[in-house]
Design a protein. Structure first.
Ligand code: AP5
Length: 211
């Protein structure tokens, strides 16, 4: 099963994607996390990505498309995969070419803007494994121990691009650059209300995938 997860920043693509990945035993390929890993490792891609990411801008389309195309060739993607955060504009969809037609499900997670900003300002990410948490009591999941990842014990931190200014910029880019993809593929897009708790959203997504 090949899935593309769309939705503005904070809609929960990473959170719900991880639950779907576990249920169907297919990898979650987060474009953002792959770029952050490249930055951490100091690769050529990481060096290019750094300045774009920290300012809340998209990295050049050729760079990210090559990263994704290479990643989906790996053995663990044979049964399928979940793409989170790719493509983000029409140019990337175009560079992905025929592979766009091989996607079985295009899902759009939808939530109000105030809720997205609230979630993102409380987001914390594990430096070691990339797991995502939230420090706002009304968001999910909260880490069991302050500043510590429940899964690997790694330190959790606030991403540099999770400032209110960078968040607003990214949300603007989503409207102007990513939404046109959803318009282009509107016949295939299934919209899911993502304004609830993760379990409720996950169940909605599973229903759509199994319909
Ligand atoms: P990326 O890593 O994709 O970050 P993002 O744009 O901020 O969006 P996310 O995908 O992280 O948000 P999300 O919907 O997954 O929300 P999450 O589940 O974390 O990209 C980072 C950067 O990389 C980009 O700005 C760009 O520079 C670059 N990049 C990436 N892809 C690119 C591409 N294709 N082309 C070019 N450049 C690219 O949830 C948010 C928070 O809310 C979390 O704290 C979570 O715990 C909490 N939460 C989630 N769901 C719920 C819920 N239902 N109820 C309560 N709390 C919830």
């Amino acid at each position: 099963m090949k899935i593309m997860l769309f939705g503005p920043q904070g809609a929960g693509k990473g959170t719900i994607g991880a639950m779907v990945s576990e249920k169907y035993n297919i990898p979650l390929l987060s474009a953002g996390q792959m770029l952050r890993d490249a930055m951490k490792e100091g690769t050529e891609v990481g060096k290019i990505a750094e300045k774009y990411i920290n300012e809340g801008n998209l990295v050049p389309p050729e760079v990210i498309t090559d990263v994704i195309k290479e990643r989906i060739q790996k053995d663990d993607c044979k049964k399928g995969f979940i793409l989170d955060g790719f493509p983000r504009n029409l140019k990337q969809a175009e560079l992905f070419g025929e592979k766009m037609n091989e996607i079985d499900h295009i899902i759009e997670l939808d939530a109000p803007k105030e809720l997205l900003i609230h979630r993102l300002t409380g987001r914390r990410t594990c430096k070691n494994c990339g797991a995502v948490y939230n420090i706002h009591p009304d968001c999910d999941p909260n880490p069991k121990e302050e500043n510590k990842c429940d899964k690997c014990g790694g330190e959790i931190y606030q991403r540099e691009d999770d400032t209110e200014e960078a968040i607003k910029k990214r949300l603007g880019i989503y409207d102007s650059e990513t939404k046109p993809i959803l318009e282009k593929y509107q016949d295939r897009v299934k919209k899911v209300n993502a304004g609830d708790n993760p379990q409720a959203i996950f169940e909605r997504v599973v229903k759509v995938l199994e319909e």
